[in-house]
Design a protein around this ligand. Sequence first.
Ligand code: NDP
Length: 488
Amino acid sequence: MTFDSLNPADGSLVASFPVMGEAEVRGVVGTARQATAWWRGLGFDGRAERLAAWRRDIWRRVDEIAELIHRENGKPVEDAVLEVVLTVEHLHWAEKNAAKVLRAQKVNPGPLFANYSARVNYDPLGVVGVIGPWNYPLYSPNSAVAFALAVGNTVVLKPSEFTPAVSQWYVDAFAAANPDAPEGVLSLVTGLGETGAALCNAGVDKIGFTGSTRTGKRVMAQCAETLTPVVLECGGKDPVIVAGDADLRAAARAVAWGAFANSGQTCVGVERVYVVDAVADEFTALLLEQLDGVRSGQDATANYGPMTMPAQVDVVRRHVADAVERGATFLKGGPDSIGERFIEPIVMTDLPEDALAVREETFGPTLTLCRVDGVDEGIKFANDHDYALSASVFSRSHGDEIADQLRAGQVSINAVIAFAGMGAVPMGGVGASGFGRVHGADGLREFAQTRGVVRQKFGLPGFELIAIKRARHVLPVMRKVLSVRHGL
Ligand code: NDP
């Protein structure tokens, strides 16, 4: 059985892929398991060399993969190039930093065990399964794949059924750049949701998932059966606070991009704005100026493309219909902006905080704008949400102070989304947005197994604390020493 990947702009065929069942997925995981010894045996330097060869190959062929992303996901070619840029930057960071972050670390064994040495090792887990989304079909899976590989794991990638061709290209590029690598270092399994479920049950050592909270819960429940650990990067409803002392033009520029780029299909995209009343009119005018002429399309001058997943159009329609019912004012666009595949920018205001467009992830080119009395009210609304992926604040003098009060996995000050391009900055959610981190040192450790190793350097005959025939004087001496140590 096969399924088709279609161009979301016109429904034309991109490629067909097999729907892989449980047995096939287990077979691929088995091959990946066999490849772990070779990949792990290369050590950090050997793996960094292989990852660098892959990275250079991806970058050399940037136009080819950008064109494929454009065709399969729908985003403009320029945005696809940006996605490739971020992908190779993260690969570079993982490859350059794995040894430094994961090298065995000596730790202090403490005064009770002064005759010991101790170290902490960060070992590969084995085989990591990665379940990817369609909105950033190269960048997003890479955030788990590159870091898991750099640690020394082999990886089996299950892409979204909407963007398998991009992942096929990515996996093939690894093999082409590393002809000496055995089969199984990085492999692909294709299919629908059931194939993802099969991967969870195929004996992998961890699952890195990006997608909806609903499916993330299913993945976690499946993995619970075998106690397979998971890192879940789920949805978001990211807020932006615009304070009274903000650079309003900069805020408007950033919000316009953060909310509408990639058709709003960005997990860390801007969906809600809380602007302080005193500057709300000016900010709104600047935002609308930024959005003047912004449109969806498939030509070279379009600002963003079609909705990648057809069903997402219905979500946007439902949220906008609810907004109409709840008495929203449309500052830009409205229900008529929603086409069959393309959606023009929609900005809504005067919405109650329990409207669907405020509560649920819209994942489309829409934005809600809410006037608040002051920053405190903005923080309250921003934080009063199940999702807590990322957040932003625009303020000339109080950015850090406001940022520190926002409930989110990452916060931007006077910017949006920039962290996603920084190799060293961990990314992940809180609450319904998931848990665990990709990127940075935390993103490497996420795919490593922590192992403590302690060594007795010399014995203490007559003073052994852990002995079946402990000398009678040991505990009284120990109690005295500890009383002094704890200040009694
Ligand atoms: P899903 O969460 O359903 O899919 C994400 C990935 O999980 C896909 O590869 C999917 O495969 C796979 N999958 C589906 N069911 C299972 C299962 N039972 N076990 C294991 N894996 C499974 O996202 P959708 O693509 O359906 O999008 C739905 C919503 O998710 C969007 O409306 C958006 O709100 C949110 N989303 C958030 C993203 C983010 O970056 N945080 C990214 C994408 C979506 P398949 O595609 O083959 O079904």
